[in-house]
Design a protein around this ligand. Structure first.
Ligand code: GDP
Length: 533
């Protein structure tokens, strides 16, 4: 086989996705079960230990004492039915930060995981919007169906109301009052009843058959059987058709019901997911569309993790491969720096282990050693010195603080440190312009980022910080660059700042003051994220 054919074959079997959810919806449990079905782990339970580590890790001070942020959880790769599946881990809980959003830039589809009893929650909404902005397909898995859940029709309604996306149940739960018996597969008009599974440790077995088969009346009892027949009728009358085009563009979400804990519904989901989820696709660049099957390697940096090993002060740049083949030790063109670089110590993350990767293909994520030359959004390409992918946007910071060095004599190191961290994408830096003196306002998606800032400035630059948290919650970029923000009518609490590229940004305390600014200033146009230029 020639190289192009090999690449094409590998592209066809790749599925790269992220699970988006609110903490506690069951992301770790579902990930573990997908690995279990993929044969990557024999007994479920092993990912839990990874998580226990992660919990300790969430305590930033603790991690730093040990070895830097956990990296093993960044990407998990496993095989199932001939497919090669990459699950990107989106940090949650206290780890929630801009990296969580950036990870979604490397995914080809997303699985939105919802707790059946709680419905659509806050963090899910935020992550959903990023997926929507990218126009990638979004699956919905309603989890914890083994416990009493909201009515499935009500959940569909909630998804439509809150997320403004149409939905289409692929399967339908039987028993939603804590007695989850199985699912009804709408496409095949088939009932699948689950059994066994040793409380989720093993793969479950099931009985399948046509809904018409009266054996299910016996198995389910009249109450559940009749309820199911009513539900099916209602779905067929009231529901949408499954429109693949709408799904592909992120405008229709297929819904699955299941229980990650008991494994019920996990396999039907996985199989349909593999059938519907897109393989790595064409990506636009400054030089036109890049097709994944091309024999030239391209990729982009979507995340940088510092201090993996405190002894070496090294960093790892995470690269999403977009086309071609990566092979160990290869040199590629670093487009922004305008030079060839060797990608050294390439690592890939198979289930729980970090291994040196020999080769990798579009859709895969590799982590390479970064001696301080990479930035978020950098393009790497083989043989084309000009090709650049569109940058990664700056995502909406929700926490802001005024930061100064405790010792004014340390100003030089302070600036160096702040710049370095901003370049790595660990913080967003703004300058306040509406008060005579120069003050730095740091923006962050998650509060952990402030702790990282404080810790790293002290340890790497010898600078103690004074951090004054601000009540602002929203940053909005002024769309028209000719507007002088000092001439705008704003509430007294609105702060005028500039970003690193000297674009004007307004910081607001609440939604109300954003509306007020728009109203009082002739429909002032504001954007909530800045695209990297
Ligand atoms: P994460 O924070 O989203 O990663 O959630 P976890 O996977 O850690 O799950 C949070 C809690 O919900 C844990 O106690 C799990 O055992 C539990 N859990 C996860 N999936 C299910 C499920 O399908 N049913 C029930 N009853 N509990 C579940």
């Amino acid at each position: 086989m020639n190289l192009k054919d090999i690449i094409s074959k590998e592209v066809d079997r790749r599925k790269t996705f992220a699970i988006i959810s609110h903490p506690d919806a069951g992301k770790t449990t579902l990930t573990e079960k997908l690995l279990l079905y993929g044969g990557a782990i024999r007994l479920a339970g092993s990912v839990k230990s990874r998580k226990t580590n992660k919990y300790a890790v969430s305590d930033w001070m603790e991690i730093e004492k040990q070895r830097g942020i956990s990296v093993t959880s960044s990407v998990l790769q496993f095989e199932y039915g001939g497919y090669c599946i990459n699950i990107l881990d989106t940090p949650g809980h206290q780890d929630f930060s801009e990296d969580t959003y950036r990870t979604l830039m490397a995914a080809d589809s997303a699985v939105m995981l919802i707790d059946g009893a709680k419905g659509v929650e806050e963090q899910t909404i935020k992550l959903f919007h990023v997926c929507k902005m990218r126009g990638i397909p979004i699956f919905t898995f309603v989890n914890k169906m083994d416990r009493a859940s909201k009515d499935p029709f009500e959940l569909m309604e909630e998804i439509e109301q809150v997320l403004k996306i149409r939905s289409y149940p692929i399967n339908w739960p039987i028993g939603t009052d804590g007695d989850f018996k199985g699912v009804y597969n709408r496409e095949l008009a088939q009932i699948e009843l689950f059994e066994g599974g040793k409380h989720g440790q093993n793969i479950v077995s099931s009985t399948k058959g046509s809904v018409e088969d009266k054996v299910f009346l016996d198995l389910l009892g009249e109450h559940y059987y009749n309820k199911l027949c009513e539900d099916i009728e209602l779905l067929d009358i009231a529901g949408d058709e499954f429109d693949k085009k709408k799904f592909d563009s992120g405008n229709l979400t297929p819904i699955f019901f299941g229980s990650a804990m008991t494994n019920f519904g996990v396999q039907p989901f996985l199989e349909k997911f593999l059938q519907l989820a897109p393989k790595p696709g064409i990506k636009d660049s400054s030089e036109g569309p890049v097709i994944p099957e091309s024999d030239k390697f391209t990729g982009f940096v979507f995340k940088i993790q510092a201090n993996m090993n405190p002894a070496h002060r090294d960093r790892i740049a995470f690269i999403r491969i977009c086309s071609g083949r990566f092979s160990k030790g290869m040199s590629v063109y670093h487009v922004r720096e305008g030079k060839e670089v060797k990608l050294s110590q390439p690592q890939q993350f198979m289930a729980q282990d970090r291994t040196i990767v020999e080769e990798a293909y579009p859709g895969d994520i590799i982590g390479v050693f970064d001696p301080g030359i990479f930035q978020i959004g950098d393009t790497l390409s083989e043989g084309n010195a000009k090709l650049e992918f569109e940058g990664i946007p700056v995502f909406p910071a929700e926490h802001f603080a005024r930061v100064i060095p405790a010792d004014t004599m340390k100003r030089k190191q302070f600036l160096k440190g702040i710049n370095q961290l901003a370049e790595e994408g660990a913080i967003q830096v703004f300058k306040q312009i509406d008060i005579g003196i120069e003050a730095f306002i740091i923006g962050a998606v998650g509060v952990l980022q402030f702790e990282v800032l404080e810790y790293r400035l002290k340890n790497e630059y010898g600078v103690d910080l004074k951090i004054q948290k601000l009540p602002h919650r929203f940053a909005r970029w002024i769309a028209d660059s000719t507007i002088d923000p000092r001439k705008l009518t704003l509430t007294s609490s609105t702060m005028i700042v500039q970003d690193e590229e000297e674009r004007y940004v307004l910081l607001f305390e609440n939604e109300w003051s954003i509306s007020w600014a728009k109203e009082k200033n002739n429909s002032l146009e504001l954007h909530d994220i800045a695209k990297k230029s």
